[in-house]
Design a protein around this ligand. Structure first.
Ligand SMILES: [Zn+2]
Ligand SMILES: [Zn+2]
Length: 265
């Protein structure tokens, strides 16, 4: 799965662009071989319910997760509890609890990209049936991390302060294809623009300004790709589900291709 995706050439890929012995680097140097990812949901990329059932032609081949196993997963975790310990008044907290709408087959799209270079991650995108449910967002990020071999991950998410708290216990219940390298050290942060809306407790704990090795990463890269995707939000919401997924996949790939061609210019 995901083999047709254009991958980020600047992110660490063991065996391809890392020096031998990278895994033995001192703890203070681990940031050099770390993967930086950002995740978020977009509620403009909706899909109208028109009663049409078609399959995507390239299901799970590139950026969107394979639809059938994903839908099965989501139906198993509808009643998963979601904690909110944050003092934030941020919209995502409310979005997480949005009710489904009968007129919509999908209420939005969630996804993951690399936060140093803003390229979309293979099998890191999918639909949100209602709000920004943890079981959906978990599925996207864990799918794209499944075969990652680096051992340090900096992950930013605008509700990381709540989402991350029980992530490890949620993972225990998930199937094998959502398990990640057990040696992976995950450092979570709230992206810089969103962090302003969180209370002082989160600002101390989840600021990239205070996390060693995070350089000047802002963690908002996923917002940049939404700006490109939003251009097709009006046309794709009218499409049949399979056609819509293929079209969104195509645009996510075009973004990556243009990034690769433009890197270093
Ligand atoms: Zn990258
Ligand atoms: Zn918070």
């Amino acid at each position: 799965v995901g083999e047709c995706a254009v991958e980020c050439p600047a992110c660490p890929h063991p065996g391809r662009n890392l020096p031998e012995g990278w895994e033995n680097a001192d703890k203070k140097d681990r940031y050099k071989y770390a993967l930086f990812l950002a995740m978020d949901a977009n509620f403009r990329l909706k899909s109208k319910e028109r009663g049409i059932r078609d399959s995507p032609l390239g299901d799970g081949w590139s950026y969107f997760v394979q639809s059938r196993p994903f839908k099965e997963h989501v139906s198993n975790y509808v009643h998963q509890p979601e904690m909110n310990m944050c003092e934030s008044k941020h919209r995502a907290v409310d979005h997480a609890n949005i009710r489904g709408n009968d007129k919509l087959a999908a209420n939005g799209v969630g996804g993951v990209n690399c936060s140093r270079h803003a390229l979309n991650r293979k099998i890191g995108f999918g639909d949100l049936q209602r709000g920004e449910k943890y079981c959906n967002m978990d599925y996207f990020v864990l799918s794209t991390l499944h075969d990652v071999k680096v051992t340090t991950l900096y992950l930013s998410y605008d509700i990381a302060c709540q989402w991350f708290v029980n992530l490890s216990s949620r993972i225990e219940e998930y199937p094998l294809r959502l398990q990640v390298n057990p040696n992976l050290v995950v450092i979570v942060a709230v992206p810089k623009l969103h962090l302003v809306g969180h209370g002082p407790k989160c600002q101390m704990k989840y600021s990239l300004n205070y996390i060693p090795g995070s350089a000047r990463t802002c963690g908002e890269s996923i917002e940049q790709i939404w700006s490109g995707q939003n251009a097709v939000s009006m046309s794709t919401r009218e499409m049949s589900p399979g056609c819509r997924q293929d079209t969104l996949d195509d645009h996510l790939g075009a973004w990556n291709f243009r990034k690769v061609v433009g890197l270093g210019q």
